[in-house]
Structure formats: C-alpha cells, structure tokens
Design a protein around this ligand. Sequence first.
Ligand SMILES: Nc1ncnc2c1ncn2[C@@H]1O[C@H](COP(=O)(O)OP(=O)(O)O)[C@@H](O)[C@H]1O
Ligand SMILES: Cc1cn([C@H]2C[C@H](O)[C@@H](COP(=O)(O)OP(=O)(O)O)O2)c(=O)[nH]c1=O
Length: 253
Amino acid sequence: MTHHRPADARDGAPAGVFVSFEGGDGAGKSTQVALLGHHLAALGREVVVTREPGGTPLGRELRQAVLHGEDLDPRTEALLYAADRAHHVASLVRPALARGAIVLTDRYLDSSVAYQGSGRGLGAAEVENLSLWATYDLLPHVTVLLDLDPAVGLARLTGDPDRLESAGDAFHRRTRRAFLDRAAADPGRWLVLDAVQPADVLAAAVRDRLAPLLGPVPAPGAASATTSATTAATTSGASTGDAETPVGGRLGR
Ligand SMILES: Nc1ncnc2c1ncn2[C@@H]1O[C@H](COP(=O)(O)OP(=O)(O)O)[C@@H](O)[C@H]1O
Ligand SMILES: Cc1cn([C@H]2C[C@H](O)[C@@H](COP(=O)(O)OP(=O)(O)O)O2)c(=O)[nH]c1=O
C-alpha cells in the first residue's frame, strides 16, 4: 500500500474530523472519549462517539463473538475485527465525516495492528493492509495513544476479563510496544500521553492537540448538529460493560 487516503479525501464531501483513541485495556480511552465528546458538543459541534468492536448493530454481534464466544484462531479473530471495522466505516464513520461531524472512536485500526499483528504474531504489515483494504484506506486525522503499563490498566478494570484481557503479560507487553513503535513512526498523526496522569490533565492535552483542526466555533443559534441523532450523548460515568447497547452508532457510556 503506497498511499493512504486521508479521512477527508473521499467523495469530495464536506470534511469532518476523525479521531481515534488507542491503548491497552483500562488505559482510560472511554473516559477520554466521553470528556472530549462533552467538550465538543458544548461548543456546538456535531460529535459522533463510537467504538470498535461494536459501533453498529452488526458490530455488537461481532463484538460478542470475538470477545466472549468460542475459541478463535488468530486469523479468524483478525478477520472478525476487520469485518466489524469495514461495516463501521461504511455505515457510520464515512457518512458522519461527509456531514462534517467530528467522529471519536474508542479503538480503530491500530488496535488490530497491535493486538493481532504483534500480540497474536500475525505481522503488523499484513494486519494493517487487511484493515486498509476493509476501510478503503481510511486513517484518522489524529490518534491519541494513552500509554500505560498493562498491569496498571488491567488492575483498573472490574468485571470478568474478556478473551483479549486474559491473553497474558507477554501479549500485553507486545501490544504496548507495538503502539509506541507505530506512534514513533508517524508523529504527525499520533499524540502519545502518559496515561498515569489524572484524567483532566489528559483531557486538556487532547483538546490542545485538536484545537487547530476544529476550525471556527458555530455562531450561537446556528443550526448546529446538537439535535442530530448522532450528536454525542456521552456520559463521564464510564463503564466497560458489554451489556450496554448504544443506539444508532452512538456510544453513551
Ligand atoms: N487518568 C486516569 N487515572 C486513573 N484512573 C482512570 C483514569 N482514566 C480512567 N480511569 C479509570 O480507570 C478505569 C478504566 O477506564 P476506561 O476509561 O474505561 O479505560 P479503557 O476504555 O481504556 O478500558 C475506570 O474505572 C476509570 O474511571
Ligand atoms: C478494535 C480491536 C480491539 N481489540 C481488543 C482490545 C480489547 O481487549 C478488546 C475490546 O476492546 P475494548 O472494548 O476497547 O476494551 P477495553 O475498554 O477494556 O480497552 O478488543 C483487538 O484485539 N483488535 C482490534 O482491532
């Protein structure tokens, strides 16, 4: 793959902003997505908050299968994440970007590269190419890496571990390394934050990084998208439960 089409280069449509959050389990991704979603919605922007796996109705079925279903061999696992991503991008992310929305996703393609490519040992290039094929090369404008010792992240979580959370220390150390290496190779896209910092400090750093991308704030009373069905309805009471089923691609957790 020689070039990656940026998020706003397809169809000549009005360009939104696509932001992904990455990192280990318990690093604080959903907390930061919710904080940023609230901030941007308060500014009058249309914000779509979503996640992988499970940002769509089909995706929620795939999420259940891949995290809580029968044992899967690594290629099956990689293909299920890629199928979730393909449908998520085609049915939710690209239409939102075409409307000019800001799309915040809790995990995206880099999770596959780190978890399946490095953690499962399938190879970063193959797994990246699979996801690029699945999404017609859609990459985020900005990817925030919440970097944390995996033991600290896993200790933050409550509830029964899913298949990936149960994958072992060495697996999680490989995924952390893969995220850091990927970020170092493409500093223009990535913002790497030390996720031991308090949530409000991290949120401020994310806002600072995004500010130049967001353009002017809509005038008061302008037809902003705050009434749209896809406007963020995030809450800061983050939950990692799988039982919640966000509606219409929103993730309110
Ligand atoms: N910066 C932080 N410092 C300490 N605890 C945090 C921080 N951010 C989130 N948490 C807590 O850690 C747990 C996991 O956070 P969450 O945002 O769900 O992580 P993730 O989505 O990466 O799995 C939650 O209980 C959350 O309240
Ligand atoms: C998107 C994605 C997630 N995953 C894994 C990482 C997580 O362990 C699991 C579920 O993601 P997630 O719900 O984000 O878990 P958490 O909130 O605990 O971080 O799926 C992959 O292995 N590959 C992928 O492409």
